[in-house]
Design a protein around this ligand. Structure first.
Ligand code: NAD
Ligand code: DAU
Length: 355
């Protein structure tokens, strides 16, 4: 029986992961520690909230006392560390929180795991600490080439630098203390529960409501898109079967220019819900706007290591995944409106009161 601590389980990827882990690990105990920042939505997990194997704890990964208590109380043997400030644009306007959560928070979590797992006479052979990281630590590619696990780090934004720092700390705890770590560096995810300030859900929501569709710069920046459940499957594969101390790159082998993403969503919505009220196609809403400062031009992952060593490859094509995503947002208008009007932040108090 695995006893998992998932951090950031109320966010986009974390909530998809918690659901998948409970499905695929019938004997597990799963504790979800989340601060419920603007990005944490307790409603994302309302369907599993009463599962007897599941416990939610509202708390901060920079709180070492809380972490030590949780490790001991729940006898945690596996950590899946998602909690982070994750939005590049927010890191440009307000980097402080990124340093605090992504660097100090990861350090505090590593310390708690070290103290609990590597204490005298403890058998830590079954323990695992999986750090969920990003391809952005590798910097920006030109027109050709791919990020491999050997690509030197070259982060450009406060977000990616803070993630790079946390990656280095995680590796340092392996080399210095023998903490049983694993790491994944993944490309852009998309799918259900994606917070509507990131490209795909933002465009979807604006296009549905006839609002402008902001495209940064010339729209030709390239991202490698992966359906979120495929990423979660990769994380489970690595935590169950990966080699301790190793990093695995995870990607969709699915490069798209931003403008292609935007026009695809416009065309799909035109087909599914009809043209705009004035009879125009949704592509007419596209507006080229000032570029993101330091905007990385191209990301592309070489995911051959995880495929060769652990047998993982994406199951969902972009064509399937984007259709599933559009359908999910069309089927869940109340989820989007609760996020947009802020009422999603009351959900935790409504369910648990002020604790
Ligand atoms: P998200 O912003 O949707 O969710 C982050 C979650 O962490 C939220 O629930 C938030 O409340 C929680 N959190 C933030 N600060 C916290 C703190 N101090 N203590 C406890 N909880 C805290 O992020 P996401 O898109 O789901 O990404 C999850 C992880 O995956 C991040 O580490 C991110 O760097 C990484 N990642 C994301 C992508 C992507 O495309 N979204 C790709 C690769 C890697
Ligand atoms: O590559 C993995 C990373 O992907 C993760 O580590 C990050 O946590 C995640 O947020 C994501 O970062 P991006 O910056 O790539 O995602 P975002 O959705 O913000 O932007 C995707 C691309 O679309 C990027 O090139 C910027 C562009 N963009 C974004 C927004 C919000 C626009 O053109 N217009 C927009 O309004």
């Amino acid at each position: 029986m695995k006893r998992l601590l998932v951090t950031g389980g109320c966010g986009f990827i974390g909530s998809n992961f918690v659901r998948l882990a409970l499905q695929q690990l019938p004997d597990c105990r799963l504790v979800n520690l989340d601060k419920l920042t603007y990005a944490g939505n307790h409603e994302n997990l309302k369907d599993i909230a009463n599962d007897p194997r599941y416990r939610f704890v509202k708390g901060d990964i920079t709180d070492g006392t809380l972490l030590e208590k949780l490790f001991a109380e729940e006898q945690i043997d596996t950590v899946i560390h998602f909690a982070a400030e994750s939005h590049v644009d927010r890191s440009i306007t307000g980097p402080a929180e990124f340093i605090q959560t992504n660097i100090v928070g990861t350090f505090t979590l590593l310390e708690a795991a070290r103290k609990y797992w590597l204490a005298d006479n403890k058998d830590s052979s079954q323990c695992r600490f999986l750090h969920v990281s990003t391809d952005e630590v590798y910097g920006s590619l030109g027109d050709t080439g791919y990020f491999t696990e050997e690509t030197p780090y070259d982060p450009r934004s406060p977000y990616s630098s803070s993630k790079a720092s946390s990656d280095h700390l995680v590796n340092a705890y392996f080399h210095t203390y023998g903490l049983p770590i694993l790491m994944t560096n993944c490309s852009n995810n998309y799918g259900p529960y994606h917070f509507p300030e990131k490209l795909i859900p933002l465009i979807l929501n604006n296009a549905l409501n006839g609002k402008d569709l902001p495209v940064y710069g010339d729209g030709k920046n390239v991202r490698d898109w992966l359906y979120v459940v495929d990423h979660c499957e990769a994380i489970l594969t690595v935590v169950l079967n990966g080699t301790i101390g190793e990093t695995y790159n995870v990607g969709g082998n699915n490069e798209k220019q931003n403008i292609e993403i935007v026009t695809t969503i416009c065309d799909l919505l035109d087909q599914k819900v009809g043209l705009l009220p004035d009879g125009e196609a949704r592509r007419t809403l596209i507006r080229y706007v000032t570029d993101r400062p330091g905007h990385d031009r191209r990301y592309a992952i070489d995911a051959s290591k995880i495929k060769k060593e652990l047998g993982w490859s994406p199951a969902v094509t972009f064509e399937e995944g984007i259709l599933k995503t559009v359908d999910w947002y069309l089927d869940n208008p109340e989820w989007i409106s609760a996020v947009l009007d802020g009422s999603y932040q009351n959900y935790y108090e409504e369910m648990y009161g002020n604790r």
